[in-house]
Design a protein around this ligand. Structure first.
Ligand SMILES: [Zn+2]
Length: 163
């Protein structure tokens, strides 16, 4: 947990997006939470003129297509829609717990033993045994902590599929 620089609320570490510092060649978490970042971006967008909005959307589409190409994913054929045509954005991600399997296999890949996993997630080792049997789901806070300890990010282990 950490305070956001902008809204000053206590937030989970997974609420802070990581960024890569080329200068230090290291990944850091932003000081401002994801919600504040989004809000700021939205405010900026709403102050755009219609032409700026269209240009912005065009660029975003191109970046997304380039990223998917680089990741080897198929580039979806998105209709070129102008601003104001009203595409509905789905909001997903209100999860309290996740399946332990992806995060446990990540820990095993790094040759972490159960004790290290328990410490990383800040839980008792008995919990970890439940996760390894795949009988218990992993609480989102514990998953978040464990991801951070593993040097990764919750959104990378549990990617949200846009489709
Ligand atoms: Zn904030």
């Amino acid at each position: 947990m950490r305070n956001c620089k902008n809204c000053n609320r206590w937030r989970k570490l997974s609420d802070y997006k990581p960024y890569f510092s080329k200068k230090r060649n290291k990944e850091y978490l932003r000081k401002t939470c994801e919600f504040c970042c989004k809000k700021k971006a939205l405010e900026r967008y709403y102050n755009f003129s219609d032409k700026q909005k269209n240009d912005f959307r065009e660029r975003t589409r191109e970046y997304a297509a380039a990223r998917r190409r680089q990741e080897g994913k198929p580039v979806r054929n998105i209709h070129k829609v102008g601003y104001g045509s009203g595409r509905v954005k789905k909001f997903v991600g209100c999860l309290n717990s996740v399946s332990p399997q992806p995060i446990i296999s990540q820990a095993k890949k790094l040759q972490w033993n159960n004790d290290m996993i328990a410490k990383g997630a800040g839980v008792d080792i008995r919990r970890v045994r439940g996760w390894i049997n795949n009988s218990d789901r992993i609480n989102i806070d514990a998953a978040d902590k464990l991801c951070f300890a593993l040097g990764t990010h919750l959104s990378l282990i549990y990617p949200y599929d846009e489709t």
